[in-house]
Design a protein around this ligand. Structure first.
Ligand SMILES: *Cc1c(COP(=O)(O)O)cnc(C)c1O
Length: 249
């Protein structure tokens, strides 16, 4: 199986899940998670038509973004999908050497704003650079201690202060489901995230809070992306099913 075959299969499975939920496959963005994988495989994936790529470490993201640009690949939309350590927040804006379009970050979306402190820091850094960052808020719907993110109730409490930050645009929610053998077990968690997004749209409506668009649900990985799509995912983050197993994290 080549990467193009894998990609084709993942897209076909996404379309099947969308159909089962009476949704259009066009509503769902596939982010190819290329962490630990070399630029050669990213190039192969891009050549097969893939535009959105995700990395969980910002240093690795920028190394690859710079290398991809230097190699003349078609422009890639980069997604920062992992937790950002406070002392690395500056990297979310990119290294000074990287040529971003004016007023924009080359990272199109930061998926895992998981605590007020990192939101404050990202907003301050973005404001200093005359930028606005598109972010998702990470929610720990399973309540597992090992998972990052706001609790659903904690997020509702934190939102008034988050919405006061000047340079973040809240595009939706993200979650990492626990790994289970049967994806059906995590269906209720995906449903909970969708319900929480609906609640936020109602409590903090975009008409009143234009800095909150609430359009995205980033949920679903190799083991559960079809169930996530059936439950309303607009973005799925898939690594292993496209690139094969990772040798290290
Ligand atoms: C690694 C990773 C993924 C992809 O995981 P796979 O199981 O390989 O599809 C998705 N989201 C995040 C945040 C990740 O770190």
């Amino acid at each position: 199986m080549t990467i193009a075959d894998n990609l084709h299969q993942v897209r076909a499975r996404m379309a099947g899940a969308a159909r089962r939920a009476q949704r259009s496959p066009d509503e769902i963005t596939l982010v190819a998670v290329s962490k630990t994988k070399p630029l050669s495989l990213i190039a192969e994936t891009a050549a097969a038509g893939q535009v959105d790529f995700g990395e969980n470490r910002v240093e690795e993201l920028w190394q690859k973004a710079e290398a991809a640009a230097a190699a003349g690949l078609d422009p890639i939309r980069w997604h920062a999908i992992g937790t950002i350590q406070s002392r690395k927040a500056k990297l979310a804006l990119g290294p000074p050497s990287f040529q971003s379009p004016p007023g924009k970050s080359a990272i199109c979306l930061i998926h895992a704003v998981d605590r007020p402190k990192i939101a404050q820091r990202l907003s301050r850094l973005a404001a200093e650079n005359d930028r606005t960052l598109d972010v998702l808020l990470e929610v720990n719907v399973s309540g597992e201690a090992s998972k990052q993110g706001f609790s659903p109730a904690g997020l509702v409490d934190a939102l008034p202060a988050l919405l006061d930050l000047p340079a973040l645009r809240y595009c939706g929610l993200m979650t990492m489901a626990p790994y289970v053998d049967d994806a059906e077990e995590v269906r209720p968690l995906f449903r909970d995230l969708r319900c929480l997004l609906q609640e936020l749209r109602h409590t903090f409506p975009p008409a009143q809070f234009p800095q909150a668009t609430w359009q995205h649900l980033s949920m679903g990985m190799t083991s559960d992306f079809e169930v996530a799509i059936e439950e309303g995912a607009t973005i799925v983050r898939v690594g292993t099913a496209i690139f094969g197993h990772r040798e290290y994290e």
